[in-house]
Write a new protein. Structure first.
Length: 496
């Protein structure tokens, strides 16, 4: 009887402890600082490829909560970034190409907007243009993701505290896809109190006294995006630095919400460039480490969630030609992305006097390590040289391999034939292969650490990322509809 009494008392005391001491935030509610990291195109193969390349576990893969997340859109099994980001931002499924609205084109409030309503500061960071689909889904409400001008105006009107990363695609409505032109969007952004910064030294000197900030890198490589990490110069601002500065500027007594997207993982996978994808996944993990250092100082108040919007490219960790063998080390011989090779190296070559395949051979060896003679893991076989020669001829003729030709589309995906053929062969020698130049429908991994992180264990849909985060922020776990549509044009057009 005495023993039973003693056990009952212990259970009672343990219950009190669990009620009043939240065990370093594991069971605590209402996170004060919330980070949502989205690796665009980052499925499980992209994560594991990065680990195998370095031989080290990614920080995101070490988080205590690990879940599997489905990604389908309302109207298509294989999703796009607009639909997927809208689901994660607001908790509603929507159609392909729709930003911040449900399938009936009713605008929905986002995690970022709900955080702002709570008095929290808000930051949006992306390695692609800051008006691209994923970042836009946290502050804009338009039926077509291509409405870049309307999205740029939404930045000005958002009231958010920090935007960082890539630039803006259409501040003057040059694409003429808005019926609500209100003047140059960049002028409106400045008029609404944003300090606009592009110089790295000026960026690094920013502090909380500067108020609202829109910062983007001086060199925007392609599509108003940051350069691939492997192409980055010392004077460029990295995703890690944009994240660190965001934490510095947003930190305050009322807390903050910050979304950080690594958008060029997706772009590299569309082009089937495994090395560029891996390098951008690694710098994404470095950006997460900035949030993790903040979390270690505020473990009972911080939540970090890391996920992907979808997998891209159908990356497989294994290739028929290498059977069970892998050799990720060979990827280290590639010293520039497919984009830089296409724009700068191949572009310059086409202007030269010797445009022969023999003249191109040492250039391929210099930048990708593939050798045309001898033995070893990077030695090209006769059939591989033949494939490169065929792609080279197409590139030199200036042929654009688009999806209208199913035969050449499977070979080149609409990219520069030589560039994509080189990365295909290098990737295959590493033991990697691709099945697509588009997104795939496989689930993605979601990882979490911090306040109530355990909610992100298990198997769930991407809408649940928004709803679980709302719950942890002390916001009703539901779809929050805006009172009125912020736009007049509600026609819908599906886009990829």
């Amino acid at each position: 009887m005495k023993s039973l009494k003693y056990m009952t008392m212990r259970v009672f005391v343990l219950a009190l402890v669990l009620t009043f001491i939240p065990l370093s935030g594991v069971f605590a509610k209402n996170a004060k600082y919330v980070f949502l990291f989205i690796g665009d195109g980052m499925g499980m193969p992209q994560r594991i490829a990065a680990e195998q390349y370095t031989g080290k576990k990614l920080l995101m893969n070490s988080f205590p909560a690990q879940g599997i997340t489905t990604t389908h859109a309302a109207d298509r099994f294989i999703t796009g970034s607009a639909a997927s980001a809208t689901a994660m931002a607001s908790g509603t499924k929507t159609n392909i190409g729709v930003i911040g609205m449900d399938p009936a084109l009713r605008p929905v409030k986002t995690l970022a907007e709900l955080a702002k309503e709570k008095g929290m500061k808000v930051g949006i960071v992306s390695s692609v243009s800051i008006d691209h689909a994923t970042p836009a889904a946290f502050y804009a409400h338009v039926p077509r993701r291509s409405q870049y001008y309307d999205i740029d105006v939404a930045i000005a009107n958002s009231g958010f505290d920090y935007f960082g990363g890539g630039g803006l695609k259409d501040v003057t409505n040059k694409k003429n896809n808005s019926k609500n032109y209100v003047g140059n969007a960049m002028d409106l952004i400045k008029k609404n109190g944003y300090k606009v910064v592009t110089d790295k030294a000026e960026f690094m000197a920013l502090n909380a006294a500067d108020g609202k900030v829109l910062a983007y890198n001086n060199w925007l490589q392609d599509g108003k995006a940051l350069p691939y990490d492997m192409d980055k110069r010392s004077r460029d601002i990295s995703l890690k630095e944009f994240t660190a500065k965001g934490i510095e500027l947003l930190d305050n007594d009322k807390g903050f919400f910050m979304m950080v997207e690594a958008g060029k993982i997706d772009w590299a996978c569309h082009a089937n460039d495994a090395t560029a994808s891996i390098k951008d996944t690694l710098v994404f993990d470095d950006a997460i480490s900035e949030a993790y250092e903040f979390y270690k100082k505020h473990p009972a108040e911080t939540l970090i969630v890391v996920t992907g919007d979808h997998e891209c490219g159908g990356l497989t960790l294994g290739y028929a030609g290498t059977k069970y063998a892998t050799n990720f080390d060979v990827l280290g011989k590639q010293n520039l992305s497919f984009q830089k090779f296409t724009d700068e190296v191949l572009g310059k070559f086409k202007q030269g006097s010797d445009k022969s395949f023999n003249a191109m051979k040492p250039i391929i060896t210099q930048h990708f390590g593939l050798t045309f003679e001898g033995n070893g893991p990077l030695a090209l076989q006769a059939h591989e040289i033949k494939a490169l020669k065929g792609a080279f001829d197409r590139s030199m003729k200036g042929e654009q391999e688009k999806s209208k030709n199913p035969e050449t589309y499977v070979l080149y995906g609409g990219y520069e034939p030589l560039s994509v053929s080189i990365t295909h062969i290098l990737n295959q020698k590493a033991g990697l292969a691709w099945t697509s130049y588009k997104h795939t429908g496989v689930p993605v991994a979601t990882s979490a650490v911090g306040v109530s992180a355990g909610l992100f264990n298990g198997y769930y849909d991407n809408v649940d990322i928004a709803k679980k985060t709302m719950d942890i922020m002390g916001i009703d776990e539901k779809i929050h509809y805006a009172e009125k549509s912020p736009i007049n044009d509600v026609t819908f057009a599906a886009v990829n």
